[in-house]
Design a protein around this ligand. Sequence first.
Ligand code: ADP
Length: 400
Amino acid sequence: MSKILVINSGSSSFKYQLIDPESGERLASGLVERIGDSLGRVKHRCAGETLEEELPIPDHTAGFAEMERAFERAGQPLDGSALAAVGHRVVQGGDEFFEPTIIDDRVAERILALGVLAPLHNPAHHQAIVAARATFPDVPHVAVFDTAFHQTMPPAAYTYAIDRRVAAEHGIRRYGFHGTSHQYVSARAARFVERPLAELKQIVLHLGNGASMCAVDGGRSVDTSMGLTPLEGLVMGTRSGDLDPSILFHLHREAGLDVDALDRLLNSESGLRGLAGTGDFRDVRAAADAGDAQAQLAIDVTTHRIRHYLGAYLAALGGADVISFTAGVGENNAALRAGVCAGLEWFGIRLDAALNEAASGVAEPRRISTPDSRVAVLVVPTDEEAEIARQTWGLVGAAA
Ligand code: ADP
């Protein structure tokens, strides 16, 4: 059986999953974290069991060696013959990478170079790619880019209205992120409503710690809420999303905040955390339910911003056939979904309160709109790793 190892890496950790690309079945998964700390940790899950070990993990190469050991200890050694390919999630592909790409030395270099546009992500991906290629030198490594799905956006949607020479020189445009999720969810939703993807106008709401929305016309992204970086758009766990850029000049001039302080403020200390003191939506909801007015305001601002984009995408698409909620908050928080869809009957959007409240539990899509709702409103659990495995297999399976 061919298996794909999917890697989702950060600067001091990486998550992995071993997936059968044809069935999408998850054969094992795990997390290597606190790389570079005095004590690192490996957590490996396989066949309902979790193996955990704490030990120093000085760098990503050591991390991959520990991951291999974990597979061995679980009786599922990852020798080359069991592995068809390694698929790497890469956040920023710039305007160079439109599709899954076999990683050679040049591609690895370009991923690092695109770190100018994604300093929090691409350098970490590059570290993991170098280590993973050294660990598994005989299997193809494939990069699957978060930005790739959005390369179909028209210029009107991806162009910022600034001096075009400055924009061209510095690669300033909307790239969009979460593309793998938006692509997976829109395809899954089409199968669920049993209509051809090519005929559907869809809006996908990926609401997790990071959050973005996407207008999908006939299976192609035509607009999305994240921009040059994942900071633009919706209110997120710790990111502000949209604001008037003059706020930055103002805070620089009046409060003396420098570039790094502003970066930290908007990426790490804003969003739900800035408004309500915690970036975890469950805690914000619990606080709001207990009467905390700031937490309630945080939810109201979040909802207002989502509806702003919902209106924009209904206009961009000329209406919608399917609206899908996905990711941690989108899949699990019925009250937020109800708030987002409230009063939109004129647009053909009618939620069924009981279906919306029903617990998700299973990893299958479900409909939460009434039978007479012109727009099918769905909850569609996302699975970025399965999509990365599918795309990786699509590239290497044909050659195998
Ligand atoms: P990411 O992958 O971007 O880190 P997730 O998609 O896992 O994020 O979403 C994390 C968010 O989902 C957190 O804000 C968390 O509070 C929220 N979440 C997870 N489970 C639930 C739940 N049962 N009810 C409400 N929110 C939830």
